[in-house]
Write a protein that binds this ligand. Structure first.
Ligand code: FES
Ligand code: FES
Length: 216
């Protein structure tokens, strides 16, 4: 596990690398990612890096442009397209994945910052034949309409139940030292980073409540 200071150094290095890349005419990230694989391989070695992550239980090694977000690494390089890109700015939660047991917006973090990390995406939670209990509950309670936000909602919901079971408080808890109360308000607050344009919120809360064992 890297320390914050390691991350700080890495970010500074990346900013400098990005500035140098611009100065040397290296294509912008979006352009580089849409390029054909053969073109991508022309990326100067100093602007790429190897990273190894355990994704859905499987060790994956990648050589990436250092500016690649974890979201793009998952979708464009590992072809795990269950994780969705909504805003790409940390505002919608569609890209939520679970890293080292914590839910994060994968659009807001660089893949190279996750050397050695365990990453779980929607593909790693269950299969069509054997759904994760949260996936089954979303189906049962119609916790979606178009489904675009759903992988992020489900990854977030799985982590929320773990957070509550671990006694991690949120700021709506009456007493931050007390065990979090499993109320609809608590669940709504904890899920507030996951936006649903179809407004399936009541059904989403019903699904999470069932899995978490809430009675009312
Ligand atoms: Fe990451 Fe919207 S795509 S928060
Ligand atoms: Fe359509 Fe949530 S189900 S955005």
């Amino acid at each position: 596990m890297q320390s914050h200071s390691d991350h700080a150094i890495r970010r500074r290095d990346l900013i400098m690398a990005g500035a140098a890349a611009g100065a040397l005419g290296v294509p912008p990230l979006a352009q580089a990612q849409s390029a054909a694989p053969a073109e991508r391989s022309t990326m100067p070695a100093q602007f790429s890096s190897e990273v190894s992550m355990v994704v859905n239980g499987e060790m994956r090694k990648l050589r990436l442009d250092v500016r690649t977000s974890l979201l793009d690494a998952l979708r464009e390089h590992l072809h795990l397209t269950g994780t969705k890109k909504g805003c790409d700015h940390g505002q919608c939660g569609a890209c939520t994945v679970i890293v080292e047991g914590r839910r994060i917006n994968s659009c807001l973090t660089l893949a190279v910052m996750h050397e050695g990390d365990r990453v779980t995406t929607i593909e790693g939670l269950g299969t069509p034949e054997k759904l994760h209990p949260m996936q089954a509950a979303f189906v049962k309670h119609d916790g979606y309409q178009c489904g675009y936000c759903t992988p992020g909602q489900i990854c977030s919901a799985v982590a929320v139940v773990d957070e509550i079971n671990a006694g991690i408080p949120s700021h709506v808890s009456a007493d931050l030292m007390a065990q979090p109360q499993l109320t609809a308000m608590e669940l709504r607050e904890r899920m507030s980073g996951n936006i649903c344009r179809c407004a399936a919120y009541p059904n989403i809360i019903d699904a999470i409540s069932e899995v978490a064992g809430r009675k009312a």
